[in-house]
Write a protein that binds this ligand. Structure first.
Ligand code: 6R9
Length: 656
């Protein structure tokens, strides 16, 4: 997230014109969970609206006050008490849903497990007992560094049950990234596995934990799930999950926690090296995660099979694999591996196999599938799908339409959901039975959320103009701070515009007042006095038939301030952009956005540097474009990618 904001006095230029719009399907609209009047109801009494959503949960003690707002500090459902794990598990079993599948898990090698809500209750209770046995108590921090296996969900819910604060670290992160997070959170326990399956083979996790905890005395134990059967080094500190959890009682009496007791910390890397530990609490977070999951995906828990392809180490995995869906008693598909193992149709095979009705994934995955070709999904029966979602980045119109047509069969609405680790849950999104979908637009703040686009002085911009997205009123799942760094919380989110939350993203309102998110303002380019969003130029590039993926950055330029440098993955896989194609692409961008947006340079690359959630790390590409040494790569999913890119651009990059 942004630690700095642009100094320019210009707001974003609104260059892209997109006129396509898809109304909600009549059948879906007729039976939708929420209808058009919801916006009005929520506007008329915002706090009353959130109280009504909080009542969808089970509380041990009702709240006395809905909201205590002492800017920038919010407390929601003050005095209320509840247990998040009871809300995600026990209450469904009590309601007679014990036999419903909670987690339908698919391992990468093709093994699978169906875990019912009754099974989940037993496993979470056992894990809670085992953690207690290991000395974990309320308020302790527990690090979870795991593959995508059911035990990861069980571990999170066991922490929630005890009131211990979980801190999930993406399994692809390095020893350093893990160590830094252990230091900052002062975790007492690490839960990990011997390894997980990635790209057809076991990928070890325990050695990274061994190295990280060797110099971290706060960690008293390491609890290890056996997944791959790889050899592991063993010390006195280590405990096998199957022994400790497997032998524990399935009876566990949960305690209710305060609505404002911490639920988890999730680290998000900013523009500076030190990641921020975003803190979420219990009652408000669960209320909004649960409500948005039900409303935005139009969830029918009795009949839907829901699949979110995100990693659990990303906030999307927290809110939309675990807390949202399980609190709604949904059946959740969870997949361990990569989309191309053992073949490039793996995602579609999973949808066909489990008759998935709702799927949620990132634009980067969608663009990869586009690159692999239409014929791959065409071989599978995807007719079970009825709502498909996108999250993580602006979705280019081209990718949106491809997704709608090739995955959604041209009939399935796409919900483009904008939110952040900090917001905890979806903030801007169409509602599939209410809002029309425009390719590339997240459309409208969800009911109960007050978002706006403002200029550099904080004044609301008129329709048709761009600026900065802000949130005007506190919301239930908002971050409660940055772990151990209160000043940074105020500086990062609350200092740019008086009294408004500033997420750090650019946005525009179209002529209808619908919202388009334009990416991080740190990525905005300033060319000859115009602020141009990288998103719009990238979308224009990928709308050309020869371009599979694109990332653009602004490189310092003596004449224009910055000049646009485009990195493109060509469909044919060429290592260079031929001269005639350079001209064609520049003209293509010029034709859709105007001559100001024409890239000055275009470089072909085999891959782009991305984070765990598929966000392009433009900072690293800027280093290449400006011939600098490459900065911190510890949060890349694959750090070797920078070498690969630099190798292909021998005259431009210095990879090490
Ligand atoms: C959920 C998540 C947050 C940043 C956010 C924005 C970008 C996410 C988006 C989107 C445009 C969308 N982002 N969803 N931009 N349209 N639908 O991604 O959390 O990893 O914290 O990232 O991602 O830039 O500020 P997180």
């Amino acid at each position: 997230m942004a630690d700095s904001t642009p100094t320019s006095q210009e707001t974003l230029s609104n260059l892209l014109r997109e006129t396509r719009s898809f109304p909600p399907p009549a059948e879906l609209a007729a039976h939708a969970n929420v209808k058009a009047d919801v916006y009005e109801t929520a506007d008329a009494d915002r706090l009353g609206f959130w109280e009504e959503q909080a009542r969808r949960l089970q509380w041990d003690r009702p709240w006395d006050t809905v909201l205590d707002w002492n800017p920038p500090y919010a407390k929601w459902f003050v005095g209320g008490r509840l247990n998040a794990s009871v809300n995600c598990v026990d209450r469904h079993v009590d309601a007679g849903l014990g036999d419903r599948v909670a987690i339908q898990w698919e391992g990468e090698p093709g093994d699978s497990r169906s875990i019912t809500y009754a099974d989940l209750k037993d496993q979470v209770s056992q894990a809670a007992n085992a953690l207690t046995e290991l000395g974990v108590t309320k308020g302790d921090r527990v690090a979870i560094y795991m593959p995508m296996i059911p035990e990861t969900v069980v571990a999170m819910l066991a922490c929630a049950r005890l009131g211990a604060v979980h801190m999930v670290v993406f399994g692809g992160f390095s020893v350093d990234a893990l160590g830094q997070r252990l230091d900052d959170s002062q975790a007492k326990l690490v839960i990990t596995a011997d390894g997980g399956y990635r790209r057809g083979k076991p990928s070890a996790l325990k050695p990274a934990v061994d190295e990280a905890v060797a110099t971290r005395p706060t960690v008293e134990n390491v609890l290890v799930v056996r997944r791959t059967g790889q050899d592991v080094e063993w010390t006195d500190r280590d405990v096998w999950w199957h022994e400790a959890v497997g032998s524990a009682s399935t009876e566990h009496t949960p305690e209710a926690h305060d609505a404002e007791d911490p639920l988890y910390i999730m680290y998000t890397s900013g523009t500076t090296a030190k990641p921020k530990g975003i803190l979420h609490t219990t009652g408000g977070y669960l209320t909004q995660a649960s409500y948005t999951h039900w409303a935005v995906f139009d969830l029918k828990p009795e009949t839907d099979v829901y699949w979110c392809a995100a990693d659990i180490g990303w906030v999307t995995g927290h809110s939309y694999i675990v807390y949202g869906p399980l609190s709604n008693a949904a059946t959740v598909v969870m997949y361990e591996g990569t989309p191309d193992t053992p073949h490039k149709g793996r995602f579609w095979e999973i949808i066909e196999k489990y008759k998935v009705t709702i799927a949620y994934m990132a634009p980067t995955a969608i663009r990869t599938f586009m690159k692999w070709g239409d014929q791959i999904p065409a071989e599978y029966d995807l007719s079970s799908l009825r709502v498909i979602g996108s999250v993580g980045e602006p979705i280019n119109p081209e990718a949106y339409v491809w997704y709608r047509e090739n995955i959604g069969g041209g009939r399935t609405p796409v919900v483009d959901t904008w939110w952040q680790t900090e917001t905890g849950a979806i903030m801007v999104s169409p509602l599939p039975g209410v809002t029309a979908g425009k390719p590339g637009a997240a459309m409208r703040a969800v009911p109960g959320i007050v978002a706006d686009v403002v200029d550099e002085n904080g004044a609301s911009v008129p329709n048709g103009e761009g600026g900065f997205i802000v949130i005007r009123e506190p919301w239930p799942s908002m971050l409660r701070g940055i772990w151990g760094d209160d000043q940074r919380y105020k500086d990062t989110y609350w200092s740019r515009f008086e009294g408004l939350y500033f997420p750090g993203d650019g946005a525009k309102k179209d002529e209808d007042g619908d919202l388009w998110l334009l990416g991080r303002v740190d990525d905005v380019m300033l060319v000859s006095g115009h602020n141009i969003s990288t998103t719009e130029v990238e979308s224009a590039l990928v709308s050309h038939e020869k371009v599979a993926e694109a990332a653009v950055v602004g490189a310092t330029d003596k004449v224009t301030g910055q000049s646009i440098v485009g990195f493109v993955i060509l469909r044919g896989g060429q290592e260079e952009v031929p001269e005639d194609l350079v001209k064609e692409l520049r003209d293509h961008v010029g034709g859709s956005l105007g001559p100001i947006a024409k890239p000055a340079r275009l470089l072909a690359v085999p891959e782009l540097p991305k984070t765990r959630s598929g966000k392009i790390m433009r900072r690293l590409l800027r280093d290449i474009a400006e011939n600098r040494d490459i900065g911190d790569t510890s949060t890349l999913t694959d750090a070797s990618i920078m070498d690969v890119i630099a190798k292909q651009l021998p005259s431009t990059g210095k990879a090490d």
